[in-house]
Ligand binder design. Structure first.
Ligand code: NDP
Length: 327
């Protein structure tokens, strides 16, 4: 038996979340069984656990879109008992039992080896949110963005994706402007390396199709009007990496920034990243994420407390990253 958060569908489709003891025999099919030591909480997990959005595609479901742990059994020749592994994405915690549990059984393809230089807890302190922040930075770099180019905007800056993005970009030498609805977190954001902090209210309401050119690049985890306004103030031939929808899934934009300023909008999807770029992103995280800052932005939550903590995401009250201790 192992402990897990289990989501079941109740009356009228309501999501019922409970901490349960589950028989190992009930684990889904998969080549690799993992003793999960750490997981993490991401915005998507909060949506699944609270039932706020239709994240769960099969019932009952163990949520948890990422985990780190040790292989117990494997029929995949790439993995053997004792290997330390990390998983993010691939619909785990959505359509396949996930990481908010002491055990998981998954496809070997979905795993990467624990990157040299990270322990399992820090890998989950990074987690899907930090991994996605790295993918956003890599998208901007691929575009050609360089530290001398000017200010880079990070929206949703106090959240998980935002905090890691601020720390990464600052470490890489960029001038980071952090946008937040929590100006009381200004000292925190500056400690991560933000050069300045702006009130997200300046970005979150409908604006003009083109605004004064300011951003050389943008990492946006917020979507909606914020993303539209970020594009409208991006400098000629600049780039915006969009990964989130904390404000909304809508994108009420005009084409003006794209056709009049040559702005490029990159969509970043962390769920199905091919092995090459996935391993590269983890390697880059080890290289470029200041570990002291990662530790400082991480709060540990016990598996039994996950259900109570999840609503904090939807209230915009999570600062940095939440790692889940499954022990
Ligand atoms: P968090 O809740 O930790 O961060 C989101 C932040 O967005 C909040 O902390 C807050 O920052 C800001 N925010 C919240 N509500 C609003 C609002 N109404 N208007 C404007 N800003 C708001 O979540 P994560 O960092 O884990 O995830 C961020 C987003 O990225 C989510 O939408 C998530 O689904 C998405 N995501 C996408 C991935 C992908 O593969 N594309 C992978 C991982 C995450 P502040 O208080 O500083 O303003």
């Amino acid at each position: 038996m192992f402990k897990a958060i289990l989501l079941e569908q109740g009356e009228g489709g309501a999501t019922l979340a409970t901490l349960k003891d589950i028989d190992e025999a009930a684990l889904p099919e998969g080549e690799v069984q993992v003793a999960v030591r750490w997981s993490s909480l991401n915005y998507k997990d909060a949506l699944a656990i609270t039932g706020k959005s239709p994240i769960v595609r099969k019932w009952p479901m163990i949520p948890g879109i990422d985990f780190a742990g040790t292989v117990e059994q494997s029929s995949d020749p790439r993995w053997k008992a004792g290997d330390e592994v990390v998983l993010t994405g691939f619909g785990v915690g959505e359509g396949h039992w996930g990481g908010l549990a002491q055990k998981a059984r998954v496809k070997g393809d979905w795993l990467v080896g624990l990157p040299a230089g990270l322990d399992a807890k820090r890998a989950m302190a990074v987690g899907t949110a930090g991994f996605t922040a790295m993918l956003c930075v890599m998208a901007l770099e691929k575009h050609g963005l360089q530290p001398g180019d000017g200010e880079v905007l990070v929206t949703g800056a106090s959240g998980g994706v935002g905090s890691v993005a601020v720390a990464l970009l600052a470490r890489l030498g960029y001038r980071v402007v952090a946008s937040t609805g929590r100006l009381e977190e200004t000292d925190y954001l500056k400690s991560l390396g933000a050069e300045s902090v702006i009130d997200r209210a300046t970005l979150s309401a409908p604006g003009r199709p083109l605004a004064k050119e300011r951003w050389a690049g943008v990492v946006d985890s917020v979507g909606s009007h914020t993303l539209v306004n970020a594009c409208a103030a991006t400098r000629e031939n600049g780039a915006v990496a969009a990964c989130g929808l904390a404000q909304g899934m809508d994108f009420p934009a005009t084409v003006a920034p794209f056709i009049l300023r040559g702005v490029t909008l990159y969509g970043v999807n962390s769920v199905t990243v091919a092995r090459g770029p996935r391993e590269e992103a983890w390697r880059r995280l080890v290289q470029d994420m200041p570990m002291a800052l990662l530790d400082g932005m991480t709060e540990v939550v016990a598996l039994k407390d996950v259900i109570g903590v999840a609503p904090r995401f939807l209230e915009g009250r999570v600062r940095g990253r939440l790692v889940v201790d499954t022990a």
